[in-house]
Design a protein around this ligand. Sequence first.
Ligand SMILES: *Cc1c(COP(=O)(O)O)cnc(C)c1O
Length: 375
Amino acid sequence: MRRVHRRTDKPMTGPSERVYNFGAGPAVLPEAVLREVQEHLLALPGAGMSVLEISHRSAAFEEILTSAETNIRALAGVPEGYHVLFLQGGATQQFAMVPMNLLGAGATADYVVTGSWARKAAAEARRFGAVHIAATTEPDGFTRVPAPAELELTPGAAYVHLTSNNTIAGTEWPEMPDVGDSSLVVDASSDILSRPLDVTRHGLIYAGAQKNLGPAGVTVVIVRDDLARRAPDGLPTLLRYDTFADSRSLHNTPPVFAIYVVALVTAWIRDAGGLDEMARRNERKARALYEAIDGSAFYAGTAEPASRSRMNVTFRLPAPELDARFVREAADAGLAGLKGHRSVGGQRASIYNAFPEAGVAALVDFMREFERTRG
Ligand SMILES: *Cc1c(COP(=O)(O)O)cnc(C)c1O
């Protein structure tokens, strides 16, 4: 099959052959960010040493941490009264930290189960207290998110947990549901900063950085101060939100390099036009792919149209053998990482903020060509 994209025009003086990376995470980073990291890897301007070598107590890192926090605050409109924290342990650690900190004795937490990650979050919470499943779309194979009217919320729940974008199933909440007086806790790992949001409607937002924010190794948590203060006395220091809130994420050594890249990625988002511009680009990319899927009898989307994700576009070919062949030939053509999660099968094109529009156009071309020659 014709190579639709390999940058073979560059001399082989380094890792210059970048393919289009549709992987779900760790995922594509803005090329400009990678170049800046490369340029400054030996010596950070002003510091005389690599970002991999600097002290987390140095002035240079202070500046990095401040800019990561300031950028996120400005982009997401994080108001006073909310902390922006940098933790480790991934989103999976938050599955435990959320109930450990927020689910007091005798209280109930509501969970909306819309995919594998949401199910794991609910299972982890059960280790710490009472969990009520406010809605689940598991009987529908997680092909949709529930309508707000389907939520059976517990009056006085400690919080309501949901997953804003279901990375595996390829579904996304079009907007956050109203949860009344409860605090909304959102796993936004795969769509954070992909569109404007109203932080004040949330109690806590968490995201492993490796999809939309940076490299693996840091988890961003945006949490309202009263929730950050709810930890019971016996909770270990590093599992308490107040530890990170009170030390500005510097109680112990934070993941310095990952935070550095988050600072660069969030500056890149800002310079590109902020969340409104990200939303426009993500909308355009997703629309182009869904139009290619819907405009063909060969490809079939796996998510219900009203619940479709703008971040992870899932679709299938008419037979598993064709799916396998598509993944192989696409990879040969420089379109990497399209194999769907084993629980869904088919294809998954992850097209996060940093994924270029030209890569989507290349995939659409490849899909047409594959259908014409193999369909
Ligand atoms: C990737 C992902 C996770 C797991 O993240 P880790 O950082 O690997 O723990 C959790 N939730 C969602 C929505 C994800 O996409």
